[in-house]
Ligand binder design. Structure first.
Ligand SMILES: [Zn+2]
Ligand SMILES: [Zn+2]
Length: 169
């Protein structure tokens, strides 16, 4: 069991950091926050993540940061958290992940494409990107009709058409 004193910061501080990073880096074209508000996400330390720096379960809105990793590399807390925050809206580490990384870096943030982590289960993920606001929605199962009968909840049924992509793990 990891002693709490080994942690670079408290869990409350992690949640505060999530809230600050969300507002600083994750905004849509009109400045609207793209990630769920802090009270709708669980950001926590995990003693069990030993092989990875962080984990993200986007559907359950859970981010876990490894106590082991960050006890060794406390300077990486923000970079790991940013990486996992991207996974809340982008599965995998493809071009879209890269675009987010570039955006964050342009604003002064430090984030890496490959943190030492396992972000997602090893299976294909279906991604649906809104043509208007470019938000992505990820599902482990394909939506019926290739997503053509779904629409972006932010943009509505008229402008929020979704483009389907299959992402390899
Ligand atoms: Zn990742
Ligand atoms: Zn949209």
């Amino acid at each position: 069991m990891t002693k709490r004193t080994d942690l670079p910061c408290s869990e409350q501080a992690l949640r505060d950091l999530y809230a600050a990073l969300r507002l600083k880096y994750f905004r849509g074209p009109a400045g609207e926050p793209l990630l769920p508000p802090p009270e709708a996400v669980r950001v926590e330390w995990s003693d069990r993540a030993t092989a990875s720096a962080g984990l993200c379960y986007p559907q359950q809105r859970i981010i876990r940061l490894s106590t082991h990793y960050h006890a060794r590399f406390p300077q990486d807390v923000e970079a790991t958290l940013l990486h996992e925050m991207i996974h809340l809206i982008v599965p995998g580490h493809g071009p879209e992940f890269y675009r987010w990384m570039e955006r964050i870096r342009a604003l002064g943030g430090r984030v890496q494409r490959y943190a030492r982590e396992r972000a997602l289960p090893k299976r294909a993920v279906w991604s649906y990107t809104c043509l208007s606001c470019r938000r992505s929605y990820a599902y482990s199962r394909r939506l019926a009709y290739g997503g053509r009968r779904h629409y972006c909840t932010h943009c509505g049924p008229v402008s929020g058409r979704l483009v389907e992509r299959r992402l390899e793990p």
